[in-house]
Design a protein around this ligand. Structure first.
Ligand code: BMA
Length: 328
């Protein structure tokens, strides 16, 4: 048994694996949990992140508006399934040169000590990683962008490692990222980032073709006694465009740019109608996971077809099994 290192969360959303189902990850029976019109202004609500907060949950949600402007919105929930999302976007306090908004999308939320850090893809003369923190999901303090453009999918580790904050990301180019590997960067203060180490690459050929085009970190890494579990997205380019699937890797606890295991098989792929059909078809895009250290349960929040938000379940042992049975 692999152990999750972290808080117990006995009330987190959960459904047992359906009888006879053999895959490592299974969907919530009432998916999608957030519909595209969840707020009066939204065209779509997807690629969003949640955390335990007070006696329930809080989150930061990507809502594209009916003019298709991309921004991030705070939300709250008692049970992690029924969400109330603000109808106005988060307003950031901070240096006005940094808080200028071009576009904001694909938020992640990571609790470190007593602060909830938000990272997102932030337009700043090209996409880069915005960083902010809150304690109450009402007032948000924006810090410097972590990197120069072009970068997407900034995901913090939930504690310092050897005295340094660490962030996974995918550096890219000016376009819609036709390539991309995952890197790990370090910071003493969440302002200055360096010691950029390469973590893992796309897989050429047909060894694991679903992740042949680009990969990007998804949920905040889950600490276990065997390493950091990293749930990520992988992309293949097809004659009909990109298809986004979900994968899993295990990173070294002290040097998380070292990959200890990685699955050749995807763990979730667009197969249900709401994953295959929407504003951008064939996308499953993980941005958050809730965990229960007592039972090893994991609940994954993921965007579906760039339109709605889904929930799926697994356990730490299921993910370890996939990496063992289908190693890359
Ligand atoms: C990526 C990001 C995601 C999106 C995906 C599929 O590059 O823009 O927000 O879900 O493309 O469109």
């Amino acid at each position: 048994m692999t152990k999750i290192i972290g808080q117990a969360n006995p009330n987190m959303p959960w459904q047992d694996k359906p009888e006879g189902y053999t895959e490592a990850v299974w969907r919530y029976s009432n998916n999608p949990i957030i519909q595209r019109n969840a707020t009066p202004i939204s065209n779509s609500v997807f690629n969003s992140a949640v955390v335990p907060f007070e006696d329930g949950y809080a989150g930061v949600f990507r809502c594209d508006s009916k003019s298709i402007s991309m921004d991030i919105f705070a939300g709250r929930s008692k049970n992690g399934i029924d969400w109330e999302i603000d109808s106005t976007p988060i307003v950031f306090e901070g240096d006005p040169e940094v808080t200028v908004r071009e576009y904001r999308y694909d938020p992640r939320v990571c609790k470190i000590d007593d602060r909830y850090y938000i990272t997102w893809c932030n337009g700043a003369h090209g996409p880069t990683i915005g960083v902010a923190w809150t304690k109450d999901f009402k007032t948000f303090h924006q810090l410097e962008n972590a990197f120069l453009p072009y970068n997407r999918n900034g995901v913090l580790f939930p504690r310092k490692i050897n005295g340094m904050y660490m962030m996974l990301s995918r550096p890219s180019d000016t376009g819609h990222t036709p390539f991309g590997d995952v890197f790990c960067s370090q910071s003493p203060d969440l302002t200055f980032w360096g010691k950029h180490r390469w973590v893992m690459e796309t897989v050429p050929g047909d060894d694991s073709a679903w992740q042949s085009k680009k990969i990007g970190p998804g949920a905040v890494p889950i600490e276990t006694d065997e390493g950091w579990l990293m749930i990520y997205h992988g992309v293949i380019n097809t004659c009909n465009g990109f298809v986004y699937r979900m994968g899993v890797a295990l990173l070294d606890l002290d040097e998380p740019w070292k990959v200890k295991a990685r699955s050749r098989n995807y763990i979730l792929a667009p197969q249900e109608l709401y994953e295959c059909v929407g504003d951008v078809p064939n996308v499953t895009f993980p941005c958050a996971a809730l965990t229960d250290a007592e039972t090893g349960r994991i609940a994954i929040y993921y965007g579906c077809a760039d339109t709605v938000t889904g929930l799926a379940f697994t356990t730490v042992d299921e993910l370890m099994r996939v990496m063992r049975e289908f190693p890359l």
